[in-house]
Structures are given as C-alpha cells and as structure tokens.
Design a protein around this ligand. Sequence first.
Ligand code: NQM
Length: 372
Amino acid sequence: MKMQVNPNKNGKVQHAVPCCLFRGGTSKGLYFLAEDLPQNADERDQVLLRLMGSPDPRQIDGLGGAHPLTSKVAIVSKSERDDADVDYLFVQVVVDKAQVSTAQNCGNILAGVGPFAIEKGLVPSSVSHTDVRIHMLNTGANATARVETPGGMVNYQGNAQIDGVPGSAAPIFLDFLNIAGSSCKKMFPTGNAQDVILDVPVTCIDNGMPVVLINAQSFGLTGAELPSELEANEALKANVEAIRLEAGKLMNLGDVSNKTVPKMSLISPALQGGLINTRTFIPHRVHDAIGVLGSVSVATACVLSGTVANELIQKSFDDSAMAIEVEHPTGQFTVEMEVSGSHDISQFYVKRAALLRTARLLMRGEAMLSCE
Ligand code: NQM
C-alpha cells in the first residue's frame, strides 16, 4: 500500500490514499487500484470502514453516503487471466455496523470499472470505443463493458438515460458471461422453480445475484408501495427477514444473518407497460430502483415456467432473444436475454444477458485516512 504521511498539529497523521469517486449506474462508490490498499484483507477492511465513515448511520466522518447504495467500493487491478483485462473486487461497506462484505457482487458499481480502468491506464483505449473484459472476483464470473473512448479518452457525456439517475450520459453496455449460480453454485439452488418457505411460495434464483422472489400479495401488499412505506412496516420486515434466513440455507449460502445476500424481491403486476413490477429489500433497506444483477435474476425467473414470477405474469416464452422490462420504484430496467429450454427447469439455459448502464467520474484525488 503506497501512502503519503501528512502530520497535523496534534501529532496525528492523515494518510492519503489515491482513489476516484464514480457514479456507477444507480449507485455510487470509491474506486481504488488494488496496489493502493493494504493487501491483507482484514487491514484493507479496516481502512475502508474508516474511509467511508462506518459504523455510523450518517457516515459523517467519512466519504460514504449513508445508504447501502452509496457505501460501496470497487478494487481494480490488471488481470493475469487470458480472458480478462482487469480484475474487479466489489466491497459493500455496511453503513451502521463495522462490517464489510465481499459476499455479493454489484453490477451498478461494475459500470464504472471500465472507465476507471481506462483512466488509470490499466487498459489501452481504442479510438472510438474500448471493450474492457472484467473478471468479477466476488463470483468468478466475467463481463465485458463497452466504453465510449473518442480520441482515446473516456467520454462521459451522451444521450443514454437510465431510470433512477437524472439527466443523460454516455452509454456503457454490459454483457455478462457465465453468471448462473454465481454465489449459490446453481441457478436454481434448491433444484426447484418454486418452493414454500414459512408457508409463503417463493422462487430462489441466482443468475448473477442470489434473489428470493415473493408475490407482494403473499404479504397483503399491492407491490406499488413506496420504499419508505415498506421500510416503515416492521411486521413485513420481520417476515421478509425470517424467510431470507431460511432461504439462505436452502440456497447454499449458509447463515446469512450478517450477509447482504440473498436480496428479497417482492413482485407484482407491471404498472408502466413493463413485464413485472418489483420492490427489492437489499436486504434490509429497500432499493430505490433495483440492482443490475438483481434485475437479471428477476428477469430470468420471469422466463422459466413454474416460477412465482412466471405464474404472476402468465406468459410463455419461446426460445429466443428477448428484452425483459423490470419495473422498480423509480422506473424500469431492461434486460436483454437469450434463453433456451424455458419450459423445463432441467433444460433451461441462459445464453446471454446484457444491459445498458451509464457511469460518471465525479472526483479523482486522494481520500484522507485518519490514523490515531
Ligand atoms: O444487483 C444493490 C446496486 C445493487 C447491486 C444491491 C447491483 C446488482 O443497485 O448487480 O447493482 O442489491 O445491494 O448497486
């Protein structure tokens, strides 16, 4: 870890850690080169907690944004692999607990990894666009990010709009490979398209992100409730968490009481012309939109016959390419997919999942780490 020492009047020192702040999709986080952080995972986690200002509900003494979606970190390095240009480790820094987790991936923060890697010279840029092949260390899966690089420079301005982010920006296309069973070993870790947990029908799926889908009606909800209403409903939160703890065991995730997966998506009929509507606990706060890989898992569940999502939308899918519109509290998320065997869980295969995001470099400089 390369750090500069900067003593102050009180004899305390502040260390300067090079980093960038990016909005990645509908999330925001600090992006580091792996070489600028301690190599030892425990020391690294302590540094990240202090830089973000956790544990503290306001993260007032750090750079975190006091919400799980703005308390995120990407650690990036050049890859040694033949199939990747860079390695990306995602770290969720818990806001109000001294906890960090690498047990989940993040597709929104992934959107900033390509631009960051080009800015930092890890990947040579081409003259119009640059494809950055990213190995996602949290799950072992790969993605390719297509970044606009006119004249060899990352372009952030453009007309691409994603719901949940004001204005527009340059498009970043993300193409995912081998994401089935990313954390749970199997796309349907229980072996079933549908299970019943604590008397509630659920679908447990992991196509990039472990997610448990539940019809909002099972809890007497319409599914159109605001995230703040859901977060204020203590009985609902207790039920959702009880199911999550059971689902974690069935999904090969073990005891998930201190893990941020699986996510819990309450599904309901679409309201804005999409295919399905969602409200997602991530897992204790409710997402203002929906996660990238979370939405890939939801879209995938829609396509397979027999899931709670497929029963809700009552649609049969032929084997083909399709665009699935997943609605969320601030708009819609389009997942492009190509699948086969959608009528039978034992035949089901997702050939391709891709989507559009945007990202923007917000700050580059040094994060100051206060040391006692
Ligand atoms: O599912 C939030 C986000 C995410 C994760 C979460 C994500 C994904 O919106 O790939 O992007 O579910 O914790 O950043």
